[in-house]
Design a protein around this ligand. Structure first.
Ligand code: B12
Ligand code: SF4
Ligand code: SF4
Length: 380
């Protein structure tokens, strides 16, 4: 393949390695996106994700990942699979679609490496490549937008023509020059504001800007500490991630069915989790065994049980009261004890008050004591 390459041949090769969309952009820094990232970081919208704010120019410069980079191949993988509409039925918490099956990093990254090696065979002058998917310091949406894969929605997700946003993004950086793919057909959100209206926590201070401090996805996956008390009721049934701003997007009506079986519910936890069962996972080993190979390991047991306690209160899961009592009484993690107390305050107030008094007498963790005091202060 020559430098004035054949994009159709590249697309064919990518599709044989499991990638549904391919674009190419130059190795130039992503200047506009850098300005947006810097403004986002300066406004505090990155919350506690310090890796996002430590060195913005690095994330906007493809050379960070491969010194000799000359082209960036951007890729998208469909992950939409069908499922019945979510029903909490007074006992289930909700899982974001991207996490229904196997952890996408484990599925996508090995295929990226294989495709990278295949590109070395066919692209003239290519001798080295680097791969990126999610964790690497590169602004993936901005790189993909510049390669013409799609356009940024008001919900900040990259929307792909005829696909929508249910895609994972990934990149292969190459030390050979490839012709960039043309920009995507001019499409945009127009006057639509459905995602802004649908966000349960008001996490969009403006169109195209997400404040992670209020985002359910951030709070349930990345945030390590206590969930802000005022936002807890707004987390609704979400126990891991959130799809509200994508579920309402009209572009997502066109999402094709993913042909990757690994993303289907059968390969992971599926769209909902039994909250009493989750709250009974009282040891880290049992937690790791239950969620091995899925993205739900990320918040660790203490984070997921924290979320489960809040979701249990929000969906009125009185069937989870015995498990919550046990968590509030003797879970090894203060984070779990604190949120279990809060949830019991909504589901079984007399029991919660007894446990709050017990905590004040016996617990020594500041978060648990704070939760116990708040419960007793709020008591009628
Ligand atoms: C940090 C992060 C998060 C944070 C912050 C999200 C955010 N909106 O910034 C949290 C934890 C909240 C999060 C949530 C989710 N994430 Co996330 N996340 C990332 C990560 C690691 C970095 C994103 C980032 O740089 N944010 C900083 C802001 C400033 O940049 P940005 O949102 O990318 O916006 C850029 C462009 O869109 C452009 N831009 C933005 N607005 C406008 C407007 C105009 C007019 C123009 C021209 C350009 C433009 O400039 C921006 C700066 O580069 C990326 C992976 C990566 N390495 O890039 C995945 C990534 C963005 N996440 C992804 C996913 C799947 C999700 C969730 C759907 C998961 C879920 N269901 O819970 C949600 C979606 C929430 C949402 N509405 O964004 C996918 C998104 C795929 C897609 N189609 O867009 C990515 C790309 C991971 C991947 N490899 O597939 N995520
Ligand atoms: S993921 Fe949920 S909480 Fe976050 S911005 Fe979208 S709708 Fe709002
Ligand atoms: S819901 Fe409407 S405004 Fe939001 S991203 Fe989709 S098209 Fe754009």
């Amino acid at each position: 393949m020559t430098a004035s390459d054949d994009h159709a041949a590249l697309r064919d090769l990518a599709s044989r390695h499991g990638f549904h969309v391919l674009g190419v952009t130059s190795a130039e820094p992503l200047a506009d996106a850098l300005a947006r990232l810097e403004a986002w970081a300066a406004a505090g919208h990155a919350a506690d994700m310090r890796w996002m704010t430590r060195n913005p120019p690095e994330r906007a410069t493809p050379r960070t990942l491969l010194d000799a980079v000359r082209s960036v191949v951007t890729l998208a993988v469909d992950y939409w699979t069908p499922a019945p509409p979510f029903e909490a039925e007074g006992r289930y918490g909700r899982v974001a679609r991207y996490a229904w099956g196997r952890d996408y990093h484990d599925v996508v990254i090995p295929r990226l490496r294989e495709l990278g090696a295949a590109l070395l065979d066919v692209v003239d002058g290519a001798t080295r490549f680097a791969v990126a998917c999610d964790h690497s310091p590169i602004l993936e949406r901005a790189a993909a937008a510049r390669a013409g894969l799609g356009f940024p929605g008001k919900n900040t997700c990259l929307l792909l023509p005829r696909r929508g946003s249910w895609v994972f993004l990934a990149e292969i950086l190459l030390d050979a020059e490839l012709e960039p793919t043309p920009p995507a057909p001019q499409e945009h959100c127009g006057t639509c504001v459905r995602c802004l209206d649908a966000c349960p926590t008001g996490a969009f201070p403006a169109p195209h800007v997400l404040d992670a401090r209020r985002c359910v996805s951030y709070l349930t996956i990345e945030h390590r500490g206590v969930l802000p008390r005022a936002l807890r009721p707004r987390l609704g049934p979400w126990v891991f991630g959130c799809d509200d701003c994508q579920d309402v997007c009209p572009f997502n009506r066109f999402a094709p069915l993913s042909d990757r079986p690994e993303f289907a519910p059968d390969f992971g936890v599926g769209p909902r989790l039994d909250l009493p069962g989750l709250l009974r996972l009282r040891h880290d080993d049992a937690f790791r065994a239950r969620f091995a190979g899925t993205p739900l390991l990320r918040p660790k047991r203490r984070g997921l049980l924290r979320n489960a306690a809040v979701a249990a209160a929000n969906v009125g899961a009185t069937c989870a009261v015995p498990a919550l009592v046990s968590c509030a009484t003797d879970d090894a993690e203060p984070l779990v004890r604190a949120h279990a107390l809060w949830a019991l305050g909504r589901l079984d107030a007399p029991q919660a008050h007894r446990l709050a008094e017990r905590a004040l007498a016996r617990d020594d963790d500041g978060d648990v004591l704070g939760e116990a005091r708040a419960l007793l202060d709020d008591a009628p």
